[in-house]
Design a protein around this ligand. Structure first.
Ligand code: SF4
Length: 342
């Protein structure tokens, strides 16, 4: 149990997201319709950015906090450098007043240069996330990313050399992808020294080239259970390497949840929970396979209990098909995904 002082001292981290959809992006990756994925089509003005920051700041209650502004969406460093500076300038007064501590942004690996990094440093950018998507050159070529795995390595080295936090995002189930290729991508992300990552299952989004391929029978997305079973291997790889996994599965924008923009693919608003359920299904299977008693008392860390029981009690119900009585109990003395069974 944390005592009250410890809770007060812990720093709460907030990110204020500002979406800049497909701003000047000359590429058309086969899976991308940035407007549909982010659910936003409008490019925000300076006034709107200020209002967004102010309204988020008003909702942050904790005194001990760390606030960053994140420019997400298109390829930030691909827009003309004066426009990049203009966007960054809107945030500087908040940094001077110590209301915001830093800025993060997402971009492409081939839009990183020494000159850009020096400029970003000056404007208090601390984290740069690259859409790596895959380290397999065939997959990058098929999906028309317009850069190679070598470009990801070079950009990552440059970002780390200049002292930024590095994020490398990956996608699973792209055209030409396999489980082995995705595992290798995760390994290469770890080797590249990334501090954080996001794992996105590939979806068929309306009005993308992949949508045409899907209609022509040239592309078949992973099923939901396939995507969860790939990610149950990849997620622990990052955890064991100490890499922060910021997201597993796309953020549920209105178009995705209503189904208007989503044609097919492994989308689920609780995708990470499905993955964690699968991870726990394996742990429970292994831990209970030689148990002959009819009653099970399973102790797990409180943070893990929901995933151990499983999404919609999937794991508990599975155990109840073999054991007459199954009880899950929280136990603070158990670390991580440890388990004790009586
Ligand atoms: S580079 Fe990014 S924004 Fe541009 S098409 Fe590809 S995924 Fe979309």
């Amino acid at each position: 149990m944390y005592d009250l002082c410890e809770i007060m001292l812990r720093v709460k981290h907030y990110t204020i997201p500002i979406f800049i959809p497909e701003l000047a992006c000359p590429f058309q990756c086969v899976f991308c319709n940035q407007k549909k994925i982010s659910g936003q089509t409008h490019i925000p003005t300076g006034d709107e950015i200020t209002k967004t920051i102010d309204s988020h700041l008003r909702t942050f209650r904790r005194k001990n906090k760390n606030v960053e502004v994140g420019f997400f969406g298109g390829s930030f460093t691909g827009i003309p450098i004066d426009e990049q500076k203009q966007y960054l300038k809107y945030v500087q007064p908040y940094i001077r007043l110590e209301k915001v501590q830093s800025i993060r942004l997402s971009t492409r690996p081939d839009y990183i240069t020494e000159e850009i990094l020096l400029m970003l440093k000056k404007y208090n950018v601390t984290t740069i996330e690259l859409g790596a998507q895959s380290f397999d050159d065939e997959v990058l070529k098929t999906t028309r990313r317009g850069h190679s795995s070598h470009d990801i390595v070079v950009a990552s080295e440059l970002i780390l050399k200049h002292g930024f936090n590095l994020g490398l995002q990956m996608m699973v189930g792209l055209p030409g992808d396999t489980l082995e290729k995705s595992i290798n991508t995760a390994k290469r992300i770890i080797e590249s020294g990334a501090h954080n990552t996001r794992i996105y299952p590939s979806l068929v989004i309306k009005d993308t080239l992949m949508h045409n391929w899907y209609n022509d029978g040239k592309y078949k997305p992973l099923s939901l259970s396939e995507a969860a079973s790939w990610c149950k291997i990849i997620l622990p790889m990052f955890e064991q390497a100490g890499i922060d996994v910021l997201r597993v599965g796309l953020h549920p924008s209105e178009g995705l949840t209503s189904g208007d923009d989503l044609i097919d693919g492994p989308f689920h608003s609780s995708f990470k929970e499905l993955v964690l359920t699968e991870i726990w299904a394996d742990i429970l299977k292994q831990a209970t396979e030689n148990i002959k008693e009819e009653k099970l008392e399973i102790r797990v860390n409180p943070k893990e209990i929901n995933y151990a029981i499983g999404y919609k009690s999937k794991n508990k119900n599975e155990l109840l098909s073999k054991f007459r009585y199954v009880m899950f109990i929280t136990d603070e003395s158990i670390a991580g995904r440890g388990i004790k069974i009586h």
